[in-house]
Design a protein around this ligand. Structure first.
Ligand SMILES: *Cc1c(COP(=O)(O)O)cnc(C)c1O
Length: 338
């Protein structure tokens, strides 16, 4: 078995998860008649204290539906310059919502309330209407960095003062919750909507859930249909999500421990320049010239260890459910012998 550190999306369902999926009761979800999807939506909403949730095929769709719910064409979305909603969703903010984007240069993906305040437009006919703020937690391009809850509370205050909607791209929110031992209800209290992914390190094959109040989620159902995301007997997929939430959250701390162990091995190497502080399951490192990401990737690939470069100077390794302790041990030994 290759040790695949390219992404936490590469996990395959376990036998126990598949078994649970096979037994799922299903119905037509466009008629809201799929018991497994209804269960998953209720379960996820309850974890965060929201009124409702909606199951979607991807995290891109849940984010894009949220932005479409919250904005009108010509409005402006404020987010960090490396955020997934801006960098990795194919220009969806413009394509789907006709909204403009205001980018903030954050600290490893995180923005401050002061930075947001400075980027809110005045009430002036020349300017786009600042409508919503999109945060990410953990921050993918920030090396899995986590927000401090106090920082989010300050951002919420700025949003309240300026009537801005606050959305969270929580693709890896469970990693942050576990790493910082936080209460999901605090997030439900602070954000107007949250998108969570079940197909990252939680190990489900497909699926994300968008959470919010019932009025918003009702609107989201209409938008999901327009986007072509209305699925029928998708309860088999939702069951994987239920299984993931019930069984695969606590174990994330093991991924975080493994990431720190690999980080330590990398720190010993003379060719390693910087490693972003490892807070969760992502390691981002850069190298001194003439050593390049390609040297590292090729040396690892020879040992059946897979990873990516995420820029000409940076490599990324992501821990997840399918990376075993034995694979971590082997990876550390391979790094030691480089
Ligand atoms: C993976 C990811 C998403 C959603 O991606 P999909 O592949 O569309 O499910 C959203 N935000 C972040 C930060 C991600 O890492």
């Amino acid at each position: 078995m290759k040790a695949d550190f390219r992404s936490d999306t590469v996990t395959r369902p376990t036998a126990a998860m598949l078994d649970y999926m096979m037994k799922a009761p299903v119905g037509d979800d466009v008629f809201s008649e799929d018991p497994s999807i209804n269960h998953l939506e209720r379960l996820s909403a309850d974890i965060f204290g929201y009124e409702a949730g909606i199951f979607c095929p991807s995290g891109t769709m849940t984010n894009q539906i949220a932005i479409k719910c919250h904005t009108s064409p010509g409005d402006e979305v404020i987010c960090e310059k490396n955020s997934h909603i801006y960098v990795y969703e194919g220009g969806g903010i413009a394509f789907n919502s006709g909204a403009s984007v205001r980018l903030i240069d954050g600290d490893r993906g995180r923005v401050s309330s002061e930075q947001i305040t400075m980027n809110i437009n005045p009430d002036d006919v020349h300017r786009p209407v600042s409508r919503m703020v999109g945060l990410e937690n953990t921050c993918n391009r920030g090396g899995g960095s986590c927000y401090d809850l106090k920082q989010i509370e300050k951002i919420r205050e700025v949003c309240d003062r300026h009537q801005l909607i606050l959305h969270l791209d929580g693709a890896r929110l469970f990693n942050a919750l576990v790493a910082r031992n936080e209460d999901p209800k605090d997030y439900g209290r602070l954000f107007d909507s949250i998108s969570i992914c079940l197909s990252k390190s939680l190990g489900a094959p497909v699926g994300s859930v968008l959470l919010g109040n019932s009025t918003m989620i009702k609107k989201a159902r209409r938008i999901r249909k327009v986007f072509g995301g209305g699925m029928r007997q998708a309860g088999y997929l939702a069951a994987a999500g239920i299984y993931a939430l019930d069984n695969n959250v606590e174990r994330l701390s093991q991924d975080h421990l493994h990431a720190r162990m690999i980080e330590e091995a990398l720190r010993e190497k003379s060719f390693v320049d910087t490693i972003l502080p490892v807070e969760t399951n992502i390691i981002i490192a850069s190298f001194y010239q003439p050593y390049t990401p390609q040297h590292f990737i090729q040396a690892m690939e020879k040992e059946d260890i897979l990873l990516f470069a995420i820029s000409p100077t940076q490599i990324r390794m992501v821990l997840h459910l399918d990376i075993t302790p034995a694979m971590v041990e082997k990876t550390i030994n391979v790094i030691k012998n480089l």
